[in-house]
Design a protein around this ligand. Structure first.
Ligand SMILES: [Zn+2]
Length: 85
């Protein structure tokens, strides 16, 4: 068993995530390694919605944490300005 796969959730392919689901997944899997499927999907979803030009190299945890804060803030603003029915 490795640290990368210590949680069963990490082995489940979540499929494409909404922005809200991606943020939730990222917050739960922020410290996971590259083998974590939910984290990879969350990176894809958050990157696609909020970060059109990700750096070519793998982003580090500090970068992802910053993106997570930004995405959380934007999502909160969106929810505040345009509440979903
Ligand atoms: Zn994980």
């Amino acid at each position: 068993m490795t640290d990368d796969a210590r949680l069963p959730d990490c082995l489940v392919e979540p499929g494409p995530l909404t922005a809200a689901a991606a943020i939730l997944a990222m917050s739960r899997h922020l410290n996971c390694g590259g083998a974590c499927l939910p984290r990879r999907r969350a990176e894809d979803a958050i990157g696609a919605e909020y970060v059109p030009s990700l750096p070519a190299e793998a982003p580090d945890d500090a970068y992802l944490a910053e993106r997570l804060r930004e995405a959380t803030r934007l999502l909160a603003e969106r929810a505040h300005n345009r509440p979903l029915k």
